[in-house]
Design a protein around this ligand. Structure first.
Ligand code: ZN
Length: 76
């Protein structure tokens, strides 16, 4: 797994506590210090299409939804 979060898989195994223990023992997410996957959107957690300019730290989807609230204008 690339995103270092196992939220989805742990949700799938929520009814099997023995399997969760075994999974956590052998598949602990790697702690990443640098690289593409360290840049996550602070609103939704997405790793792709990251905008860090002006300290936004948002993905393009969240930026598009909140651009007007943040004070950006759309020029034509
Ligand atoms: Zn986002």
């Amino acid at each position: 797994m690339t995103t270092s979060t196992h939220k989805k898989l742990l949700n799938q195994l929520s009814n099997k506590p023995g399997k969760i223990e075994k999974y956590k023992k052998y598949n602990v997410p790697k702690k990443r210090k640098h690289g593409e996957k360290t840049h996550t959107c602070r609103r939704c957690g997405r790793t792709g299409a990251h905008i860090s300019k002006y300290g936004l730290k948002l993905c393009r989807h969240c930026f598009r939804e909140n651009a007007i609230v943040l004070g950006f204008k759309k020029y034509r």
